[in-house]
Design a protein around this ligand. Structure first.
Ligand code: NAD
Ligand code: DAO
Ligand code: ZN
Length: 369
């Protein structure tokens, strides 16, 4: 079938919106009509050429929501008409990783997903006979896409697509990192580096679990009012303080953060986020994705003296199990998504969404089809 998609033909060039061809779902696959998709920093990162796994041409996008149109042979858990959120971290419930209950990093389709292909090793997308890669197994910058059954969370039908698409990445990544990865407890002092689409959800998660101080760190002072609305109690602009930011935060929190989160993707901030943690127990969770080949540094004594470095992908969430619950939280008014969606636009304007992100003027832009 013909579908409308934004294609990344090559790195560091604008996306091109045009008609592409999409084959129907094969065994274990599902055809989904995408109704809305967020534009995340990670899409921009891959488009920039800094992503070592980046493949071109590709249809990017991983933060979508839509409706099942057709299911391939053997698909049991979904049927046409079901409302779904695509999962770039699938949940097969059968692989060693899923069964371990120690990680959300299902490996069932990891290899082909990393190659921009469906599990049978081929792509469903092409343009004028030329193969186009899938992206993160989701490719939501298209009004129709094909995904493996295990990469779809079934959600309630009264949830608005243009809001809950954000649960497909940013919301779950931020809130999940607090609840699933760091396991922040009530009364803890939390420090969040980067107040963008991920960091604000970390703040929202920290408030939900009853954190005491929630310190936000960002070089863009325009991020402050929204962060305060979401629960930030103290704002630190690294450009406006005298001296070392690590000492400043340790003093502010009277000994250091119980939990810190890096939500930028900057290896220098990752070091600061670890070193501003409390001696003996402070836990730093890395969420930001650094450029390929970059490395983190600290003095080993930071770890010897009890600080811990962890990482979190998709908030440690098991998508098919956890995403429907997070949609419920939104529908029950327990989490705020509406205020984070600062721009809504059609696919034809998707390059504007990327520009707004680069200028720091948006939190989330959502494309509606
Ligand atoms: P964003 O661009 O919306 O936000 C980044 C924020 O960092 C901005 O507010 C910016 O002003 C701030 N910032 C930039 N440089 C800074 C500095 N030196 N000091 C302090 N603040 C600084 O990005 P986002 O969508 O929130 O994504 C953040 C990171 O998380 C990206 O690296 C993205 O790839 C990554 N990410 C990770 C996962 C995961 O599962 N681990 C999922 C999604 C996104
Ligand atoms: O299982 O080896 C693996 C990789 C899983 C990929 C997890 C990606 C999380 C970070 C990228 C940000 C996604 C928007
Ligand atoms: Zn699995």
């Amino acid at each position: 079938m013909d579908v409308k998609a934004a294609i990344a033909f090559e790195a560091a060039k604008p996306l091109t919106v045009e008609t592409v061809q999409l084959e129907g779902p094969k065994e274990g696959e599902v055809l989904v009509e995408i109704k809305a998709t967020g534009v995340c920093h990670t899409d921009a990162y891959t488009l920039s050429g800094k992503d070592p796994e980046g493949l071109f041409p590709a249809i990017l996008g991983h933060e979508g929501a839509g409706i099942v149109v057709e299911v391939g042979q053997g698909v049991k858990s979904l049927k046409p008409g079901d409302h779904v959120i695509p999962l770039y971290t699938p949940e097969c419930r059968q692989c060693e990783y899923c069964l371990s209950q120690k990680t959300n990093l299902c490996q069932a389709i990891r290899q082909t997903q990393g190659q921009g292909l469906m599990p049978d090793g081929t792509s469903r997308f092409s343009v004028n006979g030329e193969m186009i890669h899938h992206y993160m197994g989701t490719s939501t910058f298209a009004n129709y896409t094909v995904l493996p059954e295990i990469a779809l969370a079934k959600i309630r039908e009264d949830a608005p697509f243009d809001k809950v698409c954000y649960i497909g990445c940013g919301v779950t990544t931020g809130i999940g990192a607090v609840i699933n990865t760091a396991k922040v407890e009530a009364g803890a002092n939390v420090v969040v580096f980067g107040l963008g689409g991920i960091g604000l959800n970390v703040i929202q998660g920290a408030r939900m679990v009853g954190a005491n101080m929630i310190v936000g760190v960002d070089i863009n002072p325009a991020k402050r009012p929204l962060a305060e609305k979401f629960g930030m109690t103290h704002f630190v602009n690294p450009h406006e303080i005298d001296g070392d930011i690590v000492k400043y935060i340790v003093d502010l929190t009277r000994g250091g953060a119980d939990y810190s989160f890096e939500c930028v993707g900057n290896v220098n901030l990752m070091r600061q986020a670890l070193e501003c943690c409390h001696k003996g127990w402070g836990v730093c969770t890395i969420i930001g994705v650094a450029g390929g080949g970059e490395e983190i540094r600290t003095r080993p004594f930071q770890l010897v003296t009890g600080r811990v470095w962890k990482g979190s992908a998709f908030g440690g969430a098991r998508g098919r199990t956890d995403v429907p619950k997070i949609v419920d939280w939104y529908m029950e008014g327990k989490i705020n998504i509406d205020d984070l969606i600062t721009h809504v636009m059609p696919l034809e304007k998707i390059n504007d969404a990327l520009d707004l992100m680069h200028k720091g003027e948006s939190i989330r832009s959502v494309i509606t089809f």
